[in-house]
Design a binder for this molecule. Sequence first.
Ligand SMILES: Nc1ncnc2c1ncn2[C@@H]1O[C@H](COP(=O)(O)OP(=O)(O)OP(=O)(O)O)[C@@H](O)[C@H]1O
Length: 256
Amino acid sequence: MEALNITNLCKTYVVNKRSNNVLRNVNLKIEQGEMVAVMGPSGSGKTTLLYTISGMDRATAGSVDFFGRELTDMKGNEMSDLRLREMGFVFQQMYMLKNLSIYDNIVLPAYQAQAGHHKAGRADICERAVMLMKKLGISEVSENAVNEVSGGQLQRACICRSLINQPKIIFADEPTGALNKQSSGEVMDELNRINHEGMSILLVTHDMKVASRCERVLYIEDGTIRDEFALGKWDITQDMRVRERNLNDWLIKLGW
Ligand SMILES: Nc1ncnc2c1ncn2[C@@H]1O[C@H](COP(=O)(O)OP(=O)(O)OP(=O)(O)O)[C@@H](O)[C@H]1O
C-alpha cells in the first residue's frame, strides 16, 4: 500500500508581492515501509516539500494522498489532529521544552492526543514511553533535563517523542544535522531499525552517509524531482562504502 501519493504538488510563496514557485508539479509515491531521502542543493525546496506534504504548510495546488485520505483540502484543526496522531516529526533543531524532563517531553504529544479523554490511558502512555526509551538506549537519562543530555541522546529522545503516538510515517528534516559523526551514526542506526520494523520514513539530508542508508534517494532541483536513485533496503551485511560510492557517483553526475 502507498503511504503517500503526491501528484502535481505546487507551493508558491509570495513575499513583498513577488511570487516564488518553490515546488513545481512534484509527483512522488512512497510505499508503506519505505525509507526515502530527499537531497538537492540549498534552497531547492527540500524542507518546503516535507512541510507541504505534512500539512505544516498549505499546498498552492496539487494533491497529497496519505493512506487513502486527501490532505490538501483538510481543515486546519483536522490536519493538526492528523499530524499529532498519525505523523511523527524529527528536526535538526530538536524543539524540546527546556523546563520539562526528557520523559515528560516524550509523553507530551500522547497527553495532547488524549486531551478530552479520561485518564485511564496514562499507564499505557507511560509503558510506551519506557519501552521506547529502552529501545533507543536513553532510559538512564529519562529524568534528566534537556540540557543534561548529549546531542545524540537528545535526538534519540526526539525519535521516541515522534513515535509515542504510534504514527504511520516519520518525517525527518536533517535529523543528524546538529550531531557529530558518532551520534549521527547512532541516530541513523535507530531510524534504520524503526524502518526495518515497518515504519515509513521520509527524510531530508545533505549528508551522503545518511542518504546511503535509505532505500531510495530523490534529487530535487528548482522545486522538481530531477532524478531518483534506488539503493534497495540497507541491511547490516552490506558494505556501506559500496552504497556510498554508488550514491556519490550518481550525485556527481547530477552536479551535486
Ligand atoms: N515561509 C517561507 N516564506 C517565504 N519563502 C520561503 C519560506 N520557506 C522557504 N522559503 C523559500 O523557499 C525556497 C526553498 O526553501 P527550502 O527551505 O525548502 O529549501 P531547502 O532545499 O530545504 O534548503 P536548505 O538545504 O538550505 O535547507 C527558498 O528560496 C526559501 O527562501
